[in-house]
Design a protein around this ligand. Structure first.
Ligand code: G4P
Length: 523
């Protein structure tokens, strides 16, 4: 009987190009989920070809959609939630991070911590998501090991513990030394890949090392490891799980170095499913009742069915196919007859799923991002944010007879979390809000391809938006009536104040002390 203890649900966070795709392929390969490396990209390409709107992905060479990959090793089931890596398209990524228990942070050894890595790290920190660091591409010239370790420590304010150490780098690269097991992983053949050649040593003084490694590299390794022993704290699993310390592994995803150690680290240290924040009380994975929340909705995964897939993270209970679950806010239970587990190679029908697993639920728009699903409907998960948009645009319809289709399209996409939509109290110019430019392109492309609506975007007289609320409804009423020209409703009918600038938000907030202005809205 699978137990929550055997599940590891995690994501990889990185800056584009650091090697996330390559590492993902290798994790799946080592984890025995797929038989050929290179399949992640191939699968991506096949998927892209299937759907028109995904042209953008192709043109830009990025992945706008997330997916879930599952692999098993030595009795542990790993659920890897893919996150789009592009800098512009992060709302989706943020939400995905609410559904994981831990993360792997991939850094390019030559580049260190880059902007996107840092942003994603901050999201993890908000939720105390523990991080394992993988410093990639040591088969290339890179920065000094101490330089990288100190950068992680200083920029992210984390304790770091090196777990492995590269022996040389680039043309000089001779392998990876494991500080805990004293094993040395060695490259083989012309490609200098790791093909399983391991030397067990008794420690850095072992004379075997003198025979294998060049004198310069060995001297450097001995000196550096000794210094590191003094300079960095020992690994502390508790500190890691609290998000205060990150164990650091060096490797080369391309040459397959360090991937095995990373899987072992996930198995040994990464937390199994954690309790999730909820009202009235956090839900433990050991709770009997089936509960979960939708962190993502995706349309058009299968061109033969114009359906949507809601991605639900199971929080507690044993889910069984055909089970009836009630979505929060709707009241009516739905029977889930064809749930999907996302295995690496294809979509498979799931009969059972356990806490930490992700289930795809086909539906026609009933399920929304942020929904809680449960057997008894007396719980609601919290903390799935909508972010205040940073770019607002007015939607211009080219053919006025298509108003209905446009409204449906905007509602659909708001529901999927692609863009947000605001319906102003005065006037009929609908406004859409996004946190990144790329979302605008996705919107226009999908309006055209899926809804056959030709539309353009023009600058809106507003720059940002805040959700407004007040303890006393009279305060909100008064605020609304005095600022009607700047008031709108979001997709769910919540009142939103559209502001000309961030400065205006501050100014207005000062004047209306009894009204709350929120930059995120939890659903
Ligand atoms: P991403 O998903 O984080 O954006 O990165 P991806 O894995 O696509 O890797 C970006 C580039 O870095 C790729 O090269 C990839 O082959 C290379 N790479 C990844 N890991 C390593 C590594 O450990 N060592 C070395 N030397 N290179 C690595 P590319 O030429 O841009 O793409 P491709 O044509 O090889 O696919």
């Amino acid at each position: 009987m699978p137990s929550p203890q055997d599940r590891r649900t995690f994501a990889i966070i990185s800056h584009p190009d650091a090697g996330k795709t390559t590492l993902t392929e290798k994790l799946l390969l080592f984890g025995g989920a797929i038989h050929l490396a290179g399949e992640v990209k191939a699968r991506g390409a096949a998927r892209r070809a299937r759907s028109d709107w995904m042209k953008i992905e192709q043109q830009r060479g990025i992945s706008v959609t997330s997916s879930v990959m599952t692999f098993e090793r030595e009795g542990i089931t790993f659920n890897l939630l893919d996150t789009p890596g592009h800098e512009d398209f992060s709302e989706d990524t943020y939400r995905t991070l609410t559904a994981v228990d831990s993360a792997v942070m991939v850094i390019d050894v030559a580049k260190g911590i880059e902007s996107q890595t840092r942003k994603l790290f901050e999201v993890c920190r908000l939720r105390n998501v523990p991080i394992i660091t993988f410093v990639n591409k040591v088969d290339r010239e890179g920065r000094e090991v101490f330089d990288i370790l100190d950068e992680v420590a200083n920029l992210l304010a984390l304790d770091v513990t090196p777990m492995t150490w590269p022996v040389g780098m680039g043309g000089n690269f001779e392998g990876i030394y494991d500080l805990a097991t004293h094993r040395l992983l060695l490259p083989e053949g012309n490609s200098r890949e790791f093909q399983g050649k391991v030397v067990q040593t008794s420690g850095l003084d072992d004379p075997q090392l003198d025979a294998i490694l060049s004198a310069d590299n060995l001297a450097k390794l001995r000196e550096e490891v000794e210094l590191a022993g003094v300079g960095y704290p020992e690994f502390d699993a508790e500190a890691y799980r609290h998000g205060d310390l990150t164990p650091v592994y060096f490797g080369s995803a391309l040459k397959e170095f360090g991937v095995d150690s990373l899987i072992e680290a996930l198995a040994s240290f990464a937390p199994p499913p954690r309790p999730q924040p909820a009202e009235p009380a956090p839900v433990e994975p050991s709770h009997d009742e089936v509960t979960g929340f939708v962190f993502k909705v995706q349309a058009n995964m299968d061109p033969n069915h114009r359906d949507r897939i809601a991605f639900m993270r199971l929080v507690s209970g044993t889910f069984k196919r055909g089970m009836k679950l009630t979505p929060s806010g709707h009241g009516k239970p739905i029977a889930i007859h064809s749930p999907i587990l996302f295995f690496a190679r294809e979509r498979e029908l799931a009969d059972e799923a356990f806490p930490g697993d992700i289930i795809g639920i086909p539906n026609h728009g009933t399920l929304r991002v942020g929904d809680t699903l449960s057997e008894r409907a007396d719980v609601r998960f919290t903390g799935l944010p909508n972010f205040a948009p940073e770019i607002l645009r007015r939607v211009q319809l080219k053919d006025p007879t298509k108003t209905k289709q446009l409204r449906k399209a905007l509602d659909d996409m708001a529901e999927e979390g692609v863009t947000q939509v605001f319906y102003p109290e005065i006037g009929s110019n609908w406004i859409i809000g996004v946190v990144g430019q790329l979302q605008l392109e996705v919107l226009l492309s999908r309006l055209d391809a899926e809804y056959k609506v030709a539309a353009g975007l023009e600058p809106a007289p507003f720059e940002t938006a805040r959700w407004v609320s007040a303890e006393d409804p009279k305060d909100l009423e008064e605020f609304t009536s005095l600022n009607r020209g700047a008031m709108a409703r979001d997709r769910d009918g919540n009142p939103v104040f559209l502001a000309k600038s961030a400065w205006e938000v501050g100014y207005i907030a000062d004047r209306y002390a009894r009204v709350k202005f929120a930059a995120t809205r939890e659903r």
